[in-house]
Design a binder for this molecule. Structure first.
Ligand SMILES: NC(=O)c1ccc[n+]([C@@H]2O[C@H](COP(=O)([O-])OP(=O)(O)OC[C@H]3O[C@@H](n4cnc5c(N)ncnc54)[C@H](OP(=O)(O)O)[C@@H]3O)[C@@H](O)[C@H]2O)c1
Length: 293
């Protein structure tokens, strides 16, 4: 029988980190009404934080806030805002301060994506993704920085790994996320002396998310899963765990960094041999290789 690849477990943050880590702290999360950022918010709330979630669709935000509070016993404020509009973000920040009195942590996660080649993506569509992802991140930083400084808090920006190489059909997001990574680095350097940290989480493909469903119909394909050094696609919990760690005091010396949470796929961009067969069953690929295995 062919050897099987080891599959890393999916673990809950509460099985690793203390549940009172963020008692008394407040999170402000753009994109927190759905998907990965909703999971990141839930994890922060499970460890004691109250949270504001920001997005354009008020119905969904209200529903998500209710669910998050019911699951965690913490307070969640749904705040409608478009990250492209600085005034609406400032209003969401003001509501947060009115309700919770502080902002310790910010997740810049709001984003848009779709598949289109350079020749097919319209100038307007390209601009929209830049406006949501990159300028939206800048607007979020501007609206929150005074409060995060006062709290000696931290930022996490949700980026991606696809711009580390030329990913076809992703020119708009690649450009936008490269901008997000750059913003975070400058924020870390400028605000470090004021007590603020800033890092990027770069998720690989995360199963069961809206973003992934839009981009790939193969989400649950077993062959696709096996093409990961850790034996499976990413889960929202993997991003949650990285979030709790990076916001915790255990990451006090980590700032200005990009943390790919992608099961190691960043290092698999150039595969000349079938993967993972090439490492599990080297005999089968021997005929493809001139050197000695
Ligand atoms: N899914 C993946 O596999 C994957 C991989 C790599 C990186 N990422 C990144 O992870 C983050 C979350 O992705 P996801 O897949 O979980 O997608 P998602 O569920 O579609 O999340 C996007 C969120 O952003 C909000 N948003 C979009 N435009 C906005 C705007 N103009 N103003 C305010 N909020 C806005 C949306 O809420 P409204 O529609 O209500 O505004 C939604 O809650 C994104 O930054 C994405 O680029 C995802």
């Amino acid at each position: 029988m062919a050897p099987q690849a080891y599959v890393q477990p999916i673990v809950a943050s509460t099985s690793v980190f203390k549940t009172d880590l963020f008692n008394g702290k407040v999170l402000f999360c753009t994109g927190g009404g759905s998907g990965i950022c909703k999971g990141m918010t839930e994890a922060m709330m499970r460890h004691g934080a109250n949270a504001t979630i920001v997005g354009r669709k008020l119905d969904r935000l209200q529903q998500s806030a209710k669910e998050l509070s019911a699951k965690t016993g913490r307070e969640c404020l749904p705040a409608q805002a478009d990250v492209r509009n600085p005034a609406s973000l400032k209003e969401a920040v003001a509501k947060t301060i009115e309700k919770f009195g502080r902002i310790d942590f910010v997740i810049c996660g709001a984003a848009g994506n779709f598949l289109a080649p350079i020749s097919g993506v319209s100038e307007n569509a390209f601009k929209t993704v830049m406006e949501i992802d990159t300028i939206g991140t800048y607007n979020t930083i501007k609206a929150t920085i005074a409060h995060v400084r006062a709290a000696k808090g931290a930022y996490i920006h949700v980026s991606a790994t696809l711009h580390y190489s030329g990913t076809p059909y992703q020119v708009h997001v690649s450009a936008a996320k490269a901008g997000v990574d750059a913003l975070s680095a400058v924020l870390a350097v400028e605000e470090g002396p004021h007590g603020v940290r800033s890092n990027v989480i770069a998720p690989g493909p995360i199963a069961g998310t809206e973003g992934m469903d839009r981009l790939s119909p193969k989400t649950h394909d077993e062959r696709f899963n096996s093409a990961y050094p850790v034996g499976r696609m990413g889960d929202v919990k993997d991003i949650e765990n990285a979030t709790v760690f990076l916001f915790s005091d255990a990451a006090a010396y980590i700032t200005g960094q990009v943390l790919p949470v992608d099961g190691g796929t960043e290092h698999l961009r150039h595969q000349f041999l079938p993967y993972p067969q090439a490492v599990l069953e080297p005999e089968k690929v021997k005929h493809m290789i001139k050197g000695k295995l």
